[in-house]
Ligand binder design. Structure first.
Ligand SMILES: NC(=O)C1=CN([C@@H]2O[C@H](COP(=O)(O)OP(=O)(O)OC[C@H]3O[C@@H](n4cnc5c(N)ncnc54)[C@H](O)[C@@H]3O)[C@@H](O)[C@H]2O)C=CC1
Ligand SMILES: CC(=O)N[C@@H]1[C@@H](OP(=O)(O)OP(=O)(O)OC[C@H]2O[C@@H](n3ccc(=O)[nH]c3=O)[C@H](O)[C@@H]2O)O[C@H](C(=O)O)[C@@H](O)[C@@H]1O
Length: 327
């Protein structure tokens, strides 16, 4: 039995806390919204606006506060303030404690922002006085508790082995794979998961837009495509462009058909081709770097031969950036 504190008891915090409570842990919920607290109390749960009480009575904290969008970027102000307030209340803790970030944050937030804030406001030292994990949540709004209790996998990004061991122990009743990794990999995994989902939706919507104009039901296509055994699998290590006899030519053909026919500007498929060209170009640079042969710019002119790898890499980067700006 572990003493768990939930900081931010909304969709994720409530599901997380209820789940660990149902797994025989002692869970207290904290929130700044009195209505949220009342709702949880009515469900017979230990919920309070008293952060001092939660800080004192918990050994593992889950930070589940919002990280909303602000001008198409992440707003970290809420999580920063929540972490600061919790850290202040942890100043007097004598025993080791673990802080687990479940809120979705961009890579290296936990290392560069969260941990320094905890150390500053608690006067404690990461590693010796407290541990830190980033533990992305994959539940959906529609089934939060069921999704929390039945994850496909549990990802534990750990500051150090001790932090990861403690969190893995808490998750030991779960039967799914538990992946241990570093903090930034876990943070990025969450974004990759959601962005892949979003890409698939926009991909089939792009197919839909193209098909709609020529009388094809794209839902039939989706059903056939997802029968492919490779559908959900990414067959190889990243960093290699795709080639072969068919993928490049078929991509060009479908882009040309729908673009030139002014049926739909296939922006997503063009982006797929662009990424592939950039990867190809970067790899060519690196091969040239190794072979120290001249590099040819896209216009065909020889870029000044220079064996300085930093020069070659920065040339590739500049070229790629200028190309990206063109799209
Ligand atoms: N909703 C979802 O399906 C999922 C959300 N997430 C992520 O989890 C995080 C939380 O999202 P939700 O649970 O959906 O948000 P929510 O809005 O449902 O709940 C957040 C709770 O935090 C409380 N709160 C706000 N400021 C606070 C503070 N300073 N201290 C304590 N509590 C505070 C709010 O009153 C609210 O009750 C976000 O980063 C989100 O991206 C991750 C996976 C799934
Ligand atoms: C990759 C993935 O499945 N992400 C999940 C998603 O949860 P959420 O509840 O937002 O998922 P959802 O409601 O099924 O879909 C999100 C959006 O996508 C739309 N949607 C979904 C499926 C589909 O075929 N077409 C479509 O347009 C939905 O209408 C909705 O607007 O986002 C959650 C989150 O991070 O908030 C995340 O934890 C969940 O795992």
């Amino acid at each position: 039995m572990v003493n768990v504190g939930i900081i931010g008891s909304g969709v994720v915090g409530s599901a997380t806390g209820k789940g660990f409570k149902d797994l025989e842990n002692n869970v207290s919920f904290f929130d700044i919204d009195a209505n949220r607290i009342e709702l949880l109390k009515k469900q017979g749960l230990q919920a309070t606006k008293d952060l001092k009480f939660v800080a004192k009575s918990s050994e593992i904290f889950f930070i589940c506060v919002p990280t909303p969008d602000k001008n198409r970027n992440i707003d970290l102000s809420i999580i920063k303030s929540a972490v600061i307030e919790l850290s202040k209340e942890c100043k007097d803790k004598r025993d080791y404690f673990l802080i687990v970030v479940k809120s979705t944050v961009i890579p290296i937030t936990t290392e560069n922002i969260i941990i320094p804030l905890i150390e500053k406001y608690s006067n404690k030292k990461a590693g010796s006085d407290f541990g830190v994990c980033f533990n992305p949540e994959f539940l959906r709004e529609t089934n939060p508790y069921e999704d929390f209790m039945n994850p496909d996998r549990i990802v534990i990004g750990e500051y150090d082995k001790k932090s990861g061991d403690i969190l893995e122990q808490l998750y030991s009743p779960f039967k799914c794979p538990i992946i241990r990794t570093n903090l930034r990999t876990a943070e990025m995994t969450k974004y990759a998961n959601n962005c892949f989902y979003a890409t698939k939706i926009s991909f089939f919507n792009e197919i839909h837009l193209m098909c709609q104009k020529i009388g094809i039901d794209s839902n039939i296509i989706r059903k056939i495509v997802q029968m492919d055994k490779f559908y959900g699998i990414h067959p190889w290590e990243h960093g290699h462009s795709f080639g072969g006899k068919c993928l490049p030519k078929d991509l060009n053909a479908v882009i040309a058909l729908f673009n030139e026919g002014h049926i739909h500007d296939p922006v997503l498929l063009k982006a797929v081709r662009k990424v592939n060209e950039d990867i190809e170009f970067l790899n060519r640079c690196q091969i040239n770097e190794k072979a120290s042969t001249p590099i040819y710019s896209e216009s065909g002119s020889i870029v000044k031969q220079n064996n300085e790898s930093t020069y070659i890499r920065s040339f590739c980067k500049t070229t790629m950036n200028s190309n990206i700006n063109k799209t």
